[in-house]
Design a protein around this ligand. Structure first.
Ligand SMILES: O=C[C@H](O)COP(=O)(O)O
Length: 254
């Protein structure tokens, strides 16, 4: 089972209604999108508006609370996201881990909440520069995922994607080498197969994230075990994001 490349734009804390025109342009490039699965994760305030605009692309969120409802001022539950039109949620992004103290255990609890609400998951992992320099990147990332990922998932291939994002590559213009990406994605693949079995774990898409741009997208997307990209800065305009989508379509064709 080979799923289409998955190109996801994470708008982070960027975007007011004036950016809906970018979402509209992305959505209208439907021809290219046939070969690539395209999705956007705008801020909460734009989930429903983007959902209403978008016919071709998936809309998701950047986080959710681990409980269904309750006294959690300022939080949003997975059920609320689904109600607003979200189809997936990004969980455990390094900015959530760093800025909000999210642990692997909490990310795991959020996975369960998202699954119960019928959402798909993009579970993030990635090492700091010191960890890589110390030669510990792979064990660190695998340990993160061992705890963060759900213990079982019958439909893992469809329901789950993993995003490997080295923290030092996010928003810096630096990317991991394709050799390092292939090695890390291979280790993640082995864990996915161990946990979800050959058929499902073998087909889960592993996205790379960290300074992906139209100029470097093709080389990254051609790398072994790279099933797509999680894109921050370059997803904020339709022009640059569609450049990455086009690279995904080229790789899929070749
Ligand atoms: O979620 C997206 C990543 O953090 C990558 O961000 P970036 O493309 O701006 O480096």
């Amino acid at each position: 089972m080979a799923l289409r490349p998955y190109i996801v734009g994470n708008w982070k804390m960027n975007g007011t209604r004036s950016m809906l025109s970018e979402a509209r342009s992305i959505d209208r490039s439907a021809q290219r999108l046939m070969k690539v699965e395209v999705a956007l994760a705008p801020p909460y305030t734009l989930i429903h508006p983007v959902h209403r605009e978008a016919e071709q692309i998936g809309v998701g969120a950047q986080d959710c609370h681990h409980e269904v409802e309750g006294a959690h001022t300022g939080d949003i539950s997975a059920t609320m996201l689904a109600d607003a039109g979200a189809k997936f949620v990004i969980l455990g992004h390094s900015e959530r881990r760093q800025n909000h103290g999210e642990t692997d255990e909490l990310v795991n609890a959020k996975c369960h909440a998202a699954i119960s609400a019928g959402l798909k998951l993009i579970v993030c992992c990635g090492e700091a520069e010191e960890t890589r320099n110390a030669g510990n990147a792979e064990p660190f990332v695998i340990a993160q995922l061992r705890t963060s990922l759900p213990e079982t998932l019958d439909d893992a291939a469809e329901r789950l994607a993993v995003a490997y994002e080295p923290i030092w590559a996010i928003g810096t213009g630096r990317t991991a080498t394709t050799d390092d990406i292939a090695a890390m994605h291979g280790a993640i693949r082995a864990l996915l197969v161990e946990r979800f079995g050959e058929e499902q774990g073998g087909a889960v898409r592993i996205l790379y994230g960290g300074s992906v741009k139209p100029e470097n997208a093709r080389e990254i997307l051609e790398t072994a075990d790279v099933g797509g990209a999680l894109v921050g800065g370059a997803s904020l305009t339709a022009e640059s994001f569609l450049g990455i989508v086009a690279a995904g379509a080229d790789v899929q064709e070749s």
